[in-house]
Design a protein around this ligand. Structure first.
Ligand code: ATP
Ligand code: FE2
Length: 309
């Protein structure tokens, strides 16, 4: 069985094909690079301009199933992606199912790390959630305002870095020293907008950018370590899996690996090439859901939460 996955929820248009033993046969991506923040309509226009060309370059023979990420995401991107996928399914005369983008970030981590039932820390542009499976995914804690990736990108813009700012912040942060920034954990939930505002204010006041970026990382990652440690204790899970674009950050991995070592939990990180948005994770999740006979309708759902699947 061959499955095509189409990712089109935000900045990346991705096409991935896998077989039924999760071998990756095709993995193509095009990422929209905004000058400022993402403009949803411009992102959708970018996807429209690239989708057919990308499709024509691929050999899509023997596709048995199509998966499309139908939410959560930016409405203009989702609308285009779902229409595109439905038209393709009609043309190829193949079944199509909807895939939750957050579930896809998790499944790709579980399959490629070979871990079945971990506590999951999912950190991407729009999301920051601590998730576990108890007859369906449940959210134990999450950001109450913005996703950590978006906070990185906003702070990056303030110091003149282009999207995505995360990797450049990570390297500048290595040269900084620690200054105090506000730490905000409420129960199992996190807040990043307070620390972001204060970090931007410190930049405006002429504080060294390396110091602000270093401290921003240290405080945010400590907040995540606290919440994850409490979640491991509460669920009695022995494994922590990190997924989503932000988890490529080596310092974040170091902080959470150390916490896991201290409490004897196994630590896993999704492979770097599948941390950010891609079509392979959509194909893989479509296959898993198909095998479990979960035939989700490919309907645009911009606010689709993982705990409502
Ligand atoms: P969502 O999954 O919530 O829809 P998304 O799909 O936009 O969000 P991803 O593609 O998973 O997010 O991740 C992109 C984010 O990861 C960007 O905000 C980017 O700045 C951030 N990021 C990438 N590398 C790093 C890094 N090394 N350190 C911190 N952040 C990083
Ligand atoms: Fe994502």
């Amino acid at each position: 069985m061959r499955v095509l996955g189409i990712e089109c929820t935000a900045h990346t248009f991705g096409l991935g094909v896998i077989d039924d033993t999760y071998n990756v046969l095709i993995d193509e991506r095009q990422t929209y690079q905004p000058k400022e923040g993402i403009v949803p309509r411009e992102a959708a226009k970018f996807h429209k301009e690239n989708a057919n060309r990308l499709l024509e370059e691929l050999d899509l023979d023997n596709i048995d199933l199509i998966g499309i990420s139908s939410g959560p995401g930016l409405p203009p991107c989702l609308n285009f992606g779902v229409d595109f996928a439905k038209n393709l399914a009609k043309k190829l005369d193949r079944p199509i199912i909807g895939v939750n983008h957050c579930q896809a970030h998790i499944e790709v981590g579980k399959v490629f790390c070979g871990v079945e039932d971990p506590l999951v820390l999912y950190i991407s542009g729009g999301n920051t959630q601590i998730i576990y499976n108890n007859r369906g995914y449940k959210i134990l804690g999450e950001t109450q305002d913005i996703g950590l990736g978006n906070a990185f990108d906003k702070l990056g813009r303030k110091v003149g870095l282009k999207f995505p700012a995360g990797p450049k912040i990570e390297s500048l942060a290595k040269k900084g020293k620690f200054i105090l920034l506000p730490y905000s954990v409420k129960g199992m939930d996190l807040n990043f907008s307070g620390i972001l505002t204060e970090a931007m204010r410190k930049i405006e006041k002429g504080e060294k950018k390396e110091d602000v970026l270093h401290s921003f990382q240290e405080v945010c990652f400590s907040m995540l370590a606290e919440v994850c440690e409490r979640a491991l204790a509460a669920t009695d899970k022995k494994e922590l899996l990190l997924v989503g674009g932000v988890v490529q950050n080596q310092r974040l991995q170091e902080v959470l690996r150390r916490m896991c070592e201290d409490r004897g939990a196994n630590f896993y990180v999704v492979p770097k090439e599948y941390a950010g948005d891609n079509g392979v994770m959509i194909a893989l999740t479509a296959l898993i859901n198909w095998k479990e006979e979960k035939r989700i309708e490919p309907k645009v759902n911009p606010n689709w939460r993982i705990d409502s699947i």
